[in-house]
Structure formats: C-alpha cells, structure tokens
Design a binder for this molecule. Sequence first.
Ligand code: NAP
Length: 365
Amino acid sequence: MIVRFRGPGAGYGVTLMKVKDKVVVITGASSGIGRATARAFAARGAAVVLAARREEALAEARRECEAAGGRALAVPTDVTDPHAVQELARRAAERFGRIDVWVNCAAVHLLGPFSDVPLADFRRVLDVNVMGYVHGARAALPYLREQGRGVLVNVSSVAGAVAQPYAAAYCMSKAAVRSLSASIRQELRLEGLRGVRVCAVLPAAIDTPIFQHAANYTGRQVRALPPVYRAERVARAIVDVVRWPRKEAVVGPMARNLISQSKLTPGLVERMMAVEVDRAHLSRRRPAPASEGNLYRPEDGAGSVTGGWHGARRTMVRRALTAAAVAGTLAYARRARRAQRPLSPLNLLSRAGVPSGWCRPSGRA
Ligand SMILES: NC(=O)c1ccc[n+]([C@@H]2O[C@H](COP(=O)([O-])OP(=O)(O)OC[C@H]3O[C@@H](n4cnc5c(N)ncnc54)[C@H](OP(=O)(O)O)[C@@H]3O)[C@@H](O)[C@H]2O)c1
C-alpha cells in the first residue's frame, strides 16, 4: 500500500511506502551492507530475496533473515551474468508473486596505482560494479513498470562524489552508478511513471569486509579510512529511502561534510583526500602482497556484516564525545547566562559598541 504523505521525501515528492510484506531483492546480500540491509527489511516484515555468489554465506544470511521475522529466499547469482540476474528476478516473482524493491549492492574494490593495476582487473570492477547494476535494473524495471510502482535502490559511495587516489576503477564505477540512477529516473519521468522511484545511496566509510575482499596492488595493507560507520546505519538509510524515496541519500556526517565542502573548495578537498588516503587508508608500515582479492572468485566461508573495523566502538566513542561536547556547551552557556545582567535596551546598545553618551534616554543626562 502506498500512502500520500507530507514527510521528509526531500527531492522526490512525498510518498510513504510501507515495508511490511513488500518483496525486496538485494544483490551483495552475503556480506556487509547488503546482508545488514536484508536483515533490516526482514525485521520489518518484508520478504527478502538474497543474491551473491557464495552459497554458504547466503544460506546463513537467509537463516538470519528468517530469525528476524521475514520470509527469505537465497538465489546464488553472479551479477556479471545478465541471464543469471534475469533468473534471479524470475525466481523472486515466482516465489513471492511480485518485486517491490530492488537493491543493487554487489560490488568489488580494487586498489593500486592507476598505471600498474592489471587492465583485466580494472575492467572486472566496472563489470561487477556498473554492468552488475545495469543487469539488476534491467531485470527489475519490467516488474516495477508493470505494477506502476516500486523502488530501485542503487548503492553508490561518497567515492562517487569525491574521488580517491589508487582507486580509479572503483571511484569511476560509483560515479557511474549516480549517473545511471539519474538517467533511468529521467526516462521514467518522461514515461509518466511517477510511482517507480530510483534512489542512489552514498555511504561514507563503513565497517564491512570490503577492504579485506579488495584486490590490492599498492604493496601496502588497506585499512578502513576513519571515521568508520556501522553497516546497520546504511541499512536503515536504505529502508528509509524505500519508505520516503529520495533521489540521493548520503549516509554518515563525514560523507555529507565532504560532499558539501568539495562543492565549496574542490581543489582543497582533492588535495586533502589524496593525503588522507596515502596517510590513513594505506599502511606505511605493513606491506601486502599483490592480490586479486574477490574480483573473480568469492572468498570462502559464511561471510559477515562487519569487517572488524570497530565501527561500533568508534560510533560509541564519537557519540560519547558529541554528547560531552553538547553538554559542555550547554553548561557553559547556562553559566554565562547566569553571570549576565538582564539585558536592557541600553545594555544591548553599549554591547553593540554605541558609546553610552549617545544613547542616554532624554531627561537623564
Ligand atoms: N564498506 C564501505 O566502506 C562502503 C562505502 C561506500 C559504499 N559501499 C558500497 O556498499 C556496497 C556493499 O559493499 P560492502 O562494503 O558491504 O562490501 P562487501 O562486504 O565486500 O560486500 C560486497 C558484496 O558483493 C558481492 N559480490 C561481489 N562480486 C559479486 C558478483 N560478481 N556477483 C554477485 N555478488 C557479488 C559479495 O558477495 P560474494 O563474494 O558472495 O559474491 C558481497 O555480498 C557496495 O556497492 C560498495 O561499493 C561500501
């Protein structure tokens, strides 16, 4: 059911879609943000269809979703294969009767100097991160069109707005996802299909195993670039854009600040980002052998949401520091207010620097 609603649907009208009983397909659901998103939808009573390459990890994710209260189906899929993605959509519709939401989330990462990374790896990143989303969108849209409503969510990244060194293919892919989303949105508008929404989500650095999975030709170990936020935060943002569709949602204050700042001082942000990645994203002390990561073959195991980058702890510390700063400011303001005399018009003028002789009320000279 779709309810017309005056709410925070910034940039995309004001329609509230209820999540309960909706059918949600999520690619990249075996790990990280995709897996957290599947759980978040399942916990709100949605039926979730989970896609990625790892069967064991998908089966585990399916059990988590069922335990959270949702119905779930796992469909092992490689998103670079358009037929497999069509089959994913078909199986979702066959099992649950329709598709209401499609979340394109599957992606791979590649770090290394632009001129040194193998060309095949560069191409593979674009194949998974861009063509995988194209395949997803082309599989989902016929269902959404036929119903006249639904939401396509494309997970991009802050790196799609503010580029980073040693990650050209990844940044290109994430910028392409934003363009892809805008272009499809325009076509749907021209078709008059106002009920079908396309939203891009741009997370900051998130605590997932993406950096362990990444192909790496930098010779240096990769660390999540702080501040690192929890995957559940992105999952909540994705659920929110489905409920109140927006064209773009940026997740994490750091990402919001960075994007605003890069509009004001693009040169400065570009230089700062280069230094930060070189200083904090890539270890100077810990070497790493060249690796193609999970580009072509998934890692073994049951997968996980977190990458062990202590997102939770850092979030707690950040919250505690913010709370302490707010409390301190309030206490200071209260003390300052108590110390003040009541403000008369005369006081105000003298504070504004008007000499007292100029503003004495007549008759009191
Ligand atoms: N973590 C961050 O800091 C961050 C920040 C901004 C944006 N993002 C974006 O968030 C999304 C999720 O990333 P994540 O951090 O959760 O990374 P992740 O834990 O590595 O998850 C990536 C997912 O993509 C799947 N995948 C990779 N290649 C695939 C293929 N060919 N076919 C099907 N599935 C494939 C992986 O599963 P299998 O290996 O089982 O196939 C996995 O489920 C990505 O779009 C990423 O760009 C992440």
